[in-house]
Design a protein. Sequence first.
Lengths: 499, 646
Amino acid sequence: LTALTGYMNANRYIPNATPCRRTRREFLWEVGGGFAGLALIDLLSREGFFTRTANAEQPAASSVPYLLSPKQPHFAAKAKHAVFLFMNGAPSHIDTFDYKPTLTRFNGTPYKGDAAVGSNGRPIGHLMQTPFAFQKHGQSGLEISSLFPHTARFADDLCVIKSLYTDTAAHASGCLQMNTGTVQIGKPSLGAWLSYGLGTLSESLPSFVVMTDPRGGPISSASNWSAGFMPAAFQGTLFRSQGMPLLDLATPAGVGPRSQRQSLDLLARLNSEHLAARPGNSELAARIQSYELAYRMQTSAADTVDVNREDAKTRAMYGLDNKLTADFGRKCLITRRLLEKGVRFIQLYSGGGHLEDTWDGHTNCIANHKLHAGETDQPIAALIADLKRTGLWDETLLIWGGEFGRTPTSEGVGKPGRDHNPHGFSMWLAGAGVKGGQAIGATDEIGFKAVEERSHVSDLHATILHLMGLDHKRLTYFHQGLDQRLTGVRGNVIEAVLT
Amino acid sequence: LAAYERVIKPEHRKHWAFQRVQRPAIPPVKNRSWTRNPIDAFVLAKLEGRGWQPAPAAEPRAILRRVYLDLVGIPPTRAEQNAFLANPTPKALDQVIDRLLASPSYGERWARHWLDLVRFAETNGYERDAEKPSVWRYRDYVIRAFNDDKPYDRFILEQLAGDELPDATPETMIATGFCRLGPWDDEPADPKEDRFDQLDDMVSTTSLAFLGLTLGCARCHNHKFEPLSQLDYYRMVAVFNPLQRPQPGRADIDLPAIPPAARSRQLRTTAIWLARLGASPASAFGAFALSVQPRFDPAPRGYFLLESPPGPPATHILLRGKATRPGAEVGPGVPTVLVSAQPTFPRPEPYSSLRRLALARWIASPENPLTARVIVNRVWQFHFGEGLVRTSSDFGVMGEPPTHPELLDWLADWFVREGWSIKKLHRLILSSNTWRMNKVWNPSYGAIDPDNRLLWRVHYRRLDVEAIRDSVLAITDRLNHRMYGPSMYPEVPKEALEGHSDPDKIWKPFDEKDASRRTVYAFVKRSMVVPMLEVLDLCDTTRSSAKRTTTTVAPQALTLFNGDFINRQSGNLADRLLHEAGNDLKKQVERAYLLALCRPPSATEAAAMKQFLTSGRRGRTTTAERSALQEMCRVILNLNEFVYSD
């Protein structure tokens, strides 16, 4: 074609260094190239496409390569799926996984260090010890507070990173940074990058599912699971844990199942006649197929959230029979069911809306954390146990944490709240490819700042991508003149995490 | 600074897009009868060079539907169809085009393309995602600008420097809302960095939208691929740096759209008047007089930034783009590679630095190598689906070169000579035989040129979501034609608000009549894009967007097959059919096809529909008949043919 247009001569066409050409091709409809429409119709008919493909779980053999086709990772990796247990509002590392005896010693004394305290002009109190008892757990002796008795059973599986830091002390920008790599809105989220890099393993469900808290979504809501400048197909799909999980999933009121199917058959028939007269336009075939996928999704997605299909013992294990744990438990159980169906990335939010409805314990961090840990601990432990039972553990990465940590000082003298702390906080990873039973890095003696083996959020992202078989420097998307990356110009894999 | 200048080498200036536009000669062609205007000659010459033929002209019904969807975003009514089809000549189509360009719907359709480019939205994003008050007046300004065929050079001046123009008016003040449309964090993690994020938003959008340059990449280091340095970037930052929000703090306010020159004259008058009364402006009475003054202004309120005394602040290059690491001070300027000498930036006036005016005049000048090329390419892209340069916001060395460079330059030159008139450009493009070709796939050409770079047919592409939604409303006869004013709130399922941190406060109750206005009037909330618009590929609302992506995914099918909007409208269409065609099934089907697809059904289609409507299980009660008809309408509104025009 170079010769053809007579314009793409060597000077103007920069050969290598043209990521745009590569990525553009991926995002333009690739179906255009190889598929003559008539051949496709033939193929679709052979696969019984027009006579109603029944099995919801079987990937359509007729599938046209599309944006979400499964792709090879950059290198072999154990993890095929990831689950991000997002503790929205920022849990206190000092009260959960980062034990600080020194803080007990200086309890009630003024803070004399140089870290910026007092987000948004909030009052600054004195150093405040944790009221929760820490114990060593498992063979590894990992220290975990009494907030997580259930999760502690799996101490030898957890890899706690105690030395994380982030760029912001505000929830909106903190959540954005944790989810999209920067504090600005409009960037693709981790799940979008994974969908882009790896495609989906499920033909009947979205590749990236998000489940929020019944009290509300995180601040900046959908920006946290956005596809940013990538095609919308990569964005997270909000799944409701009760009722119909997806928007417009239900057959419309007044239309019976038989009528729905008849209408779809009529549509498919008219569309295939239309396509037959317009060979070469394979996007038309893809659109025909999308209606059949949607139809399968109607069954498949609804089945997935139907936790009544699980036995009573399993439901009890996830805490579904307890009001406190029922919601997060249901989400964790649905998570296992989604993983079984091949969903690539699932993000669960604990806490939603504002302040005490999230882990944002400004007023009373103790009561706040008792509540939110109480809601999530048993379900998370059940998820771990269940993944181990089903074997999914070996191919699933779990990520636990929030957007930053909390201060070792109280918010106001003598008050039980803690303020935001971006200088040091803890998260844990577990599952496929993760070396469990260890803590990496450390904060200072009172838990204010990460000081040893410090890891920026971009390092965490680089590590997560690595565990999923992706090199964060090679996972790029060309947009507005730049090879964009989740990690921007930062990011180093935290090697100690890896098995 | 000289070191930065040296980054730009003489060979960089040789890039095609950085050359002055020269009008190329119209190439000779063999098949002269095919060329209706010079566009055809350029396209045909390339095809003939391969020994290829252009695709035949599209069928009259197809071209009529295409021209309506292209120019006004809704299909022709039956009367409009009949009028054209009675005598479907090329000349008659010219007249249809003239009529559509004169209709107010044209601006409503084409303004949306511009709104994509300028990252238009009505909220700030981030935690509170607060509303940008009065920002809808900017949207109305754009609609009017298209309808009035405001010359494009003037359009540029008004948006970049409407406050600094010697003939500034409230309208041009509202146009400068362009600079304030971006996301804004009212509780930034780092206020200093945030300030530069704001400036980056203005610099990046300006260079992408008007110049087709990815200058934003030079914020932290010289551009890795383009001959653009950090100096180029921070000179542009210096142009916008004097702009300030009207007041500090979290609250976001609009202002009376009074040009600052006029305002300062007015303030002077008030001061003189106060002096005559013997009151000092600093006195309580003086302060009162100054404070109440805006109330007497009849000017509408607008959402824009202003420059404020004491003159432009110093701008520094930021090392590695960090606000904490200022380097050398820089003045205003434009990218070095594009000019032999920097344009003159005049002395600041007391009310404004006039830097943006100087920038805007340089952009809007016939000598600028990019401006005209970029806009004619955009108009081409919105008509054809692909531009002559396919990376329509990237004309740099990393962008794709034009498929028809001579045609692009000819159009750019012609456009400027014809007074920067977008409507004239539409007429030229739409009257070409090139645009009137059919979209039929040619296997032998397709094997060699699958991307249709030689334009051997017209690209096949799905309608954008606005055209889909507006067409549905037009067909059911429920389209509310009320123009302008505050936005409407399309119906959003309650469940869609669930993921939001304030689910009860963010959306207004559904008012069907108001929500049946054209989609360009739908409220654009950054943290909650209307699900139907989002799933059908509305652009990113935070950054300049050159082209909609077209995805084809199952959730779109769920929305269009199961969603409330289509099901409600299917019912409305069924009612219309019953009203207009009575109980005559044949007539109902025919009417539905004519309305939705602009053609009668084939015999097979008519038979299939009849069978569908009468299949035994459905019964023959009135209710059953209507619901069968509604089902048929739902199928028709979901047809590929409905969303892909021929």
